[in-house]
Design a protein around this ligand. Sequence first.
Ligand code: DGJ
Length: 729
Amino acid sequence: MGIRFDGKNRTFHLQGKDTSYVMEIVRDGYLLHLYWGRKINEYHHSNKIQLLDRGFSGNPYKDDRTFSLDTLPQEYPQYGNTDYRKPAYQVQLENGSTITDLRYCSHTIVKGKPSLKGLPATYVQNENDAETLEIVMVDQLTGLEVILSYTVFEQFNVITRNVRFSNKGSDTLRLLRALSLCIDFRDADFEFLHLYGAHNNEGQLERKPLRRGIQSIESTRGASSHQYNPFMALVRKGTNETTGEVYAFNFVYSGNFLAQAEVDQFKNTRVTMGINPFDFNWKLEPGEEFQTPEVVMVYSADGLGDMSRTFHNLYRTCLLRGKWKERERPILVNNWEATYFDFNSEKILDIAKAAKELGIELFVLDDGWFGKRNNDKTSLGDWFVDREKLPEGLDHLAENVKELGLEFGLWFEPEMISVDSELYRSHPDWCLHVPNRPRSESRNQLVLDLSRKDVCEEIINRVSHILKTVPVSYVKWDMNRHMTEVGSASLPADRQRETAHRYMLGLYRVMDTITSAFPDVLFESCSGGGGRFDPGILYYMPQTWTSDNTDAVSRLKIQYGTSMVYPIVTMGAHVSAVPNHQVNRITSLDMRGAVAMSGNLGYELDLTKLSAIEQEIVKQQVARYKEIRNLIQFGDFYRLLSPFEGNETAWVFANQDQTEVMAFYFSVLAEPASPLKYLKLMGVDVKKKYQLIGTDHVYGGDELAYVGLSIPAELNGDFQSYIWHFREI
Ligand code: DGJ
């Protein structure tokens, strides 16, 4: 493991657990990409770059028609001096020119992983766990320095990358494009895999062969978004859960992004990822720096399952932080789908009482407790209790809930403002807006301008005041619209297009300040469900509400897709009432329970309305989840059957030493003349013997993996689920 520089051959060789990444400095300072993939001991140019005189690919050197940037695999390419593919960055000079020419200047190799100023990023606890290479590239004419940073992790097949722009010249520069990553593959035999979606339908998997030209996903919404997650992977044809090569990329950022693959004329593929250049323009004065967010790159030679487990392990150990990082998460009941805005303290306490009897541990008071919030038209920004609904105050209600033996949690939407609010009446210019234009509303609300320091301070103060005065042990941090009229009253005209990124920097500062000040509180992020399910937010808040869609069938796809990248412990999953409020479907309580138990279990329905039989089932689910939650939340996750490929879904949780294994099976619709089916498990140790808990049946791990389990034929009818729980004997 480590980073080696061969001064003679001017090559860098980065070695992770089972991966190698190789670069070379050629001629007078061009930095080329040579290899990324399965680990090799040493690199000797077996895949040497063959230079050819290619028509219409220009040449930086007069006397060499074979050398063109258009044909070379590069690390951080520019546009305008012979490469016609999309560049990694673009800078405008005071004279209007956008041509720069970066060349290698120097490099350093350090132990550990430096943090990124103002930005979330993966980290290491022990500096021997990683090594970081920083390559300084310089544009002689402007004095622009671009520092390319690469970290290799010892225990993971992971390389992280970020870039720092430093204006060491005397011109004011404008960054028009400042991506975090570029990687030029020397072929295009890949499929493009990503997660798309919509509100109520996040985490949908799409996988299509790469074609010529550009294929990209992006967000221009001011949030990472439900529509496209900031994740993409190039996978070899035929790659499945257990075999095949995967090159995956995840952007540690919560705002506008671009993730792109460009297949060029010679069938090379350029992958780029970073802040979306669309509507981005950053003024870099002499002496200033600009830090890009980081990209996490995962390589796997063993399919998508291994890729996901690498992301999961990395994020569980090197991204999540704080007290809750490794703590079992509480089983909660949330009143949103039970009451919406229509509640009072009696109703809340009735639900809490019922919850306590069922073994639930935390009550979460959702939207509607503040200002005059009886619907979604009013009061965002007015974070003081509505005395009409809760006459004795929030602290009193929280105390009452605690006296029942439950922890108390509270909903906020701190980044938003209603036009009908005291805050808006006193600060109409505190929202994102542009002069003399209407302010488009979405869910009747506007977005506070977090690029402003005063606005951030106000949010910190208001949220902190509640957390100091009310015994809150959990916060649900919601965000329910995307940005429009992106502009800030506090920025000059030539910095208006910095607003969206400055918002993110403000948001991260606010989240950092509040979460650090209240280390005991468990924070769950939410953006109408999974609209900001990204590693940037997870750095501050260690779990996310996966989707507003609580229908068990929809959730199979949503949770399966989300698990491609994000650990199970980060996914909120609730049992809700039927007919389901989002899709009107009626599913069994067993299936709803099994789906929600495959994440961080919670309930979101009026528990006072459960029948005696339903109460008994919920009681059993809660008791069972308490026994298995360590395995579910912190175990390894294996996907067996995909809901995107058929009527059935199955997955397995196994602890690290494979002494405990749980398999979940779901069947959506009943099939006539259904064949008898068998489920072959993953995650079992083929050398171990396992007992099926609750029975005296004992099976070899090899039998479970190679022969498979009979799926009970009596699972008849729609919306079935089945759980097997094994322990080594
Ligand atoms: C959107 C969230 O995703 C829901 O769970 C709920 O908290 C509502 N907002 C409240 O307005």
